[in-house]
Design a binder for this molecule. Structure first.
Ligand SMILES: C[S@@+](CC[C@H](N)C(=O)[O-])C[C@H]1O[C@@H](n2cnc3c(N)ncnc32)[C@H](O)[C@@H]1O
Length: 254
């Protein structure tokens, strides 16, 4: 089943910060070059492309729940070496056991990490690496607080009051426990502050951070919300990103 859709054209144009973080995660994988690797939450496939460059004789299974993200990734990536699957990661089922998994800037969008990690473990052979990065505890606290305070006020409050939890910004301890419960051995798990000024602040907030708010607002209030939000966040806009990283391996024979 697909998940919530993203504006893939916009994300592809403005996601330089995510691409830079993703590149360093790809570098953490230890590869011989012939492996088959899962990219969990591939987006438009830019990080997948970097992963593929490290797999001259290998393959990638790239999964994303957004139809427009998956379609854009399909257009970008060589179909002879990449299978793009549009699926909710919480329902992921793959026929073969893969050699490794990577994920960048995705897992904080998924609230149930126990199910998520169990699904990923089930796609991997024993000993497979699982290297990931996502938002961690404290991620964009300042920005989220200002955005939520504005969202609670008129004329936005009546549309956004029932929005509920959108993100899962977990701690190192919670994540280590969840990974171990799902059958992974955790070599390292850590938080990394990444204060970021995005290249196009208004579009970045629209497409990435506040898209769940904006899609719940009536069309005529969307620009107004951003007009109110941007000055409240300050100029230059600094997003107080905190990334959660881990290097793990599927427990069992290597
Ligand atoms: C910020 S993008 C990151 C994309 C890419 N990894 C990158 O670093 O550019 C987050 C992606 O996670 C995907 N995503 C969120 N929840 C998902 C879920 N439950 N199942 C599959 N994909 C999901 C979104 O569709 C989106 O493409």
């Amino acid at each position: 089943m697909p998940t919530r859709d993203w504006n893939a054209t916009s994300y592809d144009a403005i996601s330089a910060p995510q691409q830079a973080w993703g590149a360093s995660v790809v570098e953490r994988l230890q590869l011989s070059g012939h492996e088959t690797v899962l990219d969990a939450g591939c987006g438009t496939g830019r990080v997948t492309e970097l992963l593929l460059a490290r797999l001259p004789r290998g393959r990638v299974v790239a999964v994303d729940g957004s139809q427009s993200m998956a379609e854009t990734a399909r257009l970008r990536l060589d179909p002879r070496r990449v299978e793009v699957v549009c699926s909710d990661l919480l329902e992921l089922e793959l026929p073969a056991r893969l050699d490794a998994a990577i994920s960048t800037a995705t897992f904080h969008w998924i609230l149930d990490h126990d199910t998520l990690f169990a699904r990923i473990r089930a796609t991997l052979r024993d000993g497979a690496q699982f290297v990931a990065q996502c938002g961690g505890v404290g991620n964009i606290n300042r920005v989220r607080t200002i955005g939520a305070e504005l969202a609670a006020r008129a004329p936005y409050g009546e549309h956004l009051a029932a929005i509920g939890e959108l993100w899962n910004y977990a701690t190192v301890e919670e994540t280590t426990e969840r990974l171990e419960r799902a059958g992974f051995e955790v070599a390292a798990c850590w938080l990394e502050p990444k204060p970021t000024t995005p290249p196009n602040p208004r579009e970045f907030l629209t497409t990435v951070i506040f898209s769940p708010y904006l899609e719940r607002l009536p069309e005529e209030l969307r620009d107004r919300y951003l007009d109110d939000l941007l000055p409240a966040l300050g100029d230059p806009l600094v997003l107080d990103y905190v990334r959660l990283n881990w290097d793990a391996a599927a427990a069992g024979a290597a």
